[in-house]
Design a protein around this ligand. Structure first.
Ligand SMILES: [Mn+2]
Length: 590
């Protein structure tokens, strides 16, 4: 249901007018009697001098209205006879609209956005105190917009000043965020359709980057490939500043300068996702600039990938928020132990958080209209129990700082993160971003044809890296074969192999030349491999890998399970959506 790919010519999924109105009704149902909710829009923000940042509506405001103009205020008064849903907005103004674009005006809000009544924003000081008058409670999120906070207090003070003449100022304030953010945590079918589409566009952008990447490029040039894919597919923006970090830049978690040259032998870490109709995708992939992982890069990559797989397996309704993080910690710590980067005993290392110099962030976050989406991670000091409709990222990583003297030099400066977006379903989970590859084999397969065509890979290095013979011989690209066997230096940067690799490769080159002539003959027969056979081979290797991953995971899981079982029991007991809501109410009552 979630997985419908759409061509750009088809309409992109949206939220219906009815769903926006349903959200307002749901919010009003949760408000106390005789109360009022006030929610201002985002303000336009100056970038420099006369130029503004591209306007982006506040997520809560958009969630409840679908209305994306600045200088607007939503007012909800449940049970009010003369209309419950009121708006303040900019008036129509032909001259201003000539400069700044179309405005809906109060009439447009009544006609198209479900307003019971709407007023010019310039009249708000005259009208709002009257709407506050006689209400017991105001739902408003204090502390986010200081200027608007002050106006709220001014309006309340107008009433307080008139108290002697019988005015009834509201006596209580409640946090509006608390209700709205809990609603936003549970995604509707329509929201999931948009998120799937945002995920698909972002996945394709990552595939595009892998195809375009080559040593010698600038990081921002690779970023441009993402922005191209986002914009040309109808996404309005990148959901956050794209991180394109080559080599040791990958170890800077929020690296957004993206202005270094991508070197041969670098891994490139890219954390990028689009925003489509106010919903974010958030994907990270890490791949070798030249299309081939080095031994060390691959070894660390496989650990991160296995930890992500272990985390994904924990995501199911009834499980709790922190299980996926615990799973990544266990697999990563074990992996660092296996590689000799950590020494000691697994449980002790986990207890001491020995992994933290290499894995210093959480395994994920809620995802939705905001990339780090709203919603509590704990309820009453217990990790949140997962329920259908929640969407989260799973993004373990290993980062070995270039100046970390405590590990062998060969590991330093390698940064890896793998991130996917996952929706909790009624029976388990669905990975929204599985259209972009992440296994080492798949990355080699996708990138090698391009890399070989560009001549940026030394054929001897190919032999050096692959030990299963699978990648030693190009299978399905005659152009690639030619480049490889001719060893023709192209005008693209030919890699300067490191001395140690060079020595090995000279010896190997001789034997590999022989191999290649026989391999060439084999190609014609190999080519005839039916797609069926190829698929079978792929399945086999995938199954093999899974089994290996599972084996290690199972061991580790047992330990984690023990620890979490007690916590889980407590958490599962009576933590449904409705009980959360009740708690919200209880909290608000205080
Ligand atoms: Mn993320």
């Amino acid at each position: 249901m979630l997985k419908q790919r759409q061509s750009p010519s088809q309409a992109l999924p949206t939220i219906s007018k009815r769903e926006f109105s349903r959200r307002r009704e749901e919010l009003m149902e949760q408000m106390e009697t005789n109360s009022i909710a006030i929610l201002p829009s985002a303000s336009a923000v100056i970038r420099n001098r006369d130029a503004e940042f591209k306007y982006r509506q506040d997520s809560d405001f958009h969630y409840l209205t679908g209305f994306n103009e600045p200088d607007s205020v939503l007012v909800l008064i449940p049970g009010r006879q003369h209309g419950q849903c009121l708006f303040f907005c900019r008036e129509r103004d032909p001259e201003r609209e000539l400069w700044d674009g179309y405005r809906q005006g109060p009439e447009g809000l009544c006609n198209h956005f479900g307003a019971d009544d709407a007023f010019p924003i310039s009249d708000i000081d005259d009208i709002l105190p009257g709407l506050l008058e006689g209400r017991d409670r105001v739902y408003y999120s204090m502390g986010k917009r200081l200027e608007f906070d002050k106006r709220i207090m001014d309006w309340v003070n107008v009433l307080r000043a008139k108290a002697r003449s019988g005015a009834h100022p509201p006596g209580e304030f409640s946090d509006l965020d608390h209700i709205v953010h809990d609603m936003r945590l549970y995604k509707s079918a329509a929201e999931l359709r948009i998120m799937q589409q945002a995920a698909s566009i972002s996945a394709d952008a990552h595939t595009r980057a892998m195809k375009f990447c080559r040593p010698g490029m600038m990081e921002y040039q690779l970023e441009a490939e993402y922005l191209h894919e986002f914009a040309s597919r109808g996404a309005q923006a990148a959901a956050y500043n794209s991180i394109v970090g080559a080599g040791k830049n990958a170890c800077i978690l929020h690296y957004v300068e993206n202005n270094s040259m991508i070197q041969d032998g670098d891994l490139v870490l890219i954390d990028a996702g689009c925003e489509l109709n106010y919903y974010a995708a958030d994907i990270t992939r890490t791949f070798p600039a030249n299309g081939l992982f080095s031994r060390e890069q691959q070894a660390l990559y496989e650990v991160v990938l296995a930890s992500q797989q272990a985390a994904l397996e924990t995501i199911t309704p009834g499980g709790h928020w922190n299980q996926s993080h615990d799973a990544t910690v266990t697999v990563i710590t074990q992996g660092l132990l296996d590689l000799g980067i950590l020494q000691g005993e697994l449980t002790e290392l986990i207890e001491a958080e020995a992994y933290r110099p290499f894995y210093m962030h959480r395994a994920g976050h809620w995802l939705g209209m905001d990339v780090h989406d709203v919603g509590d991670y704990k309820v009453h000091d217990q990790w949140r129990v997962l329920e259908s409709g929640m969407v989260m990222t799973v993004e373990p990583g290993i980062y070995i700082a270039a100046d970390n003297q405590s590990v062998a030099a060969k590991w330093r400066g390698i940064g890896i993160r793998i991130e996917d977006d996952v929706a909790v379903t009624a029976t388990g989970h669905q990975v929204l971003t599985d259209e972009v590859i992440k296994s080492v084999d798949d990355i080699h397969q996708l990138m090698r044809p391009m890399a070989a065509k560009r001549g940026s890979i030394d054929p001897a290095q190919v032999d050096f890296i692959s030990d299963d013979g699978h990648h030693a011989v190009p299978e399905n690209n005659p152009a690639k074969t030619q480049t490889a066997s001719n060893s023709k230096p192209s005008d693209q940067a030919k890699p300067a192999l490191k001395a140690s690799v060079k020595k090995k490769s000279i010896a190997k080159k001789k034997t590999s030349a022989k191999k290649k002539t026989s391999a060439k003959k084999k190609i014609s027969t190999k080519k005839k491999l039916t797609t069926k056979k190829k698929a079978a081979v792929k399945r086999k290797t995938a199954a093999k890998k899974k089994a290996v991953a599972k084996k290690t995971v199972v061991k580790k899981k047992a330990a984690v399970k023990k620890k979490t079982a007690v916590k889980k029991k407590a958490a599962i007991k009576g933590r449904s959506k409705s009980s959360v809501k009740k708690r919200v109410k209880v909290k608000n009552k205080r």
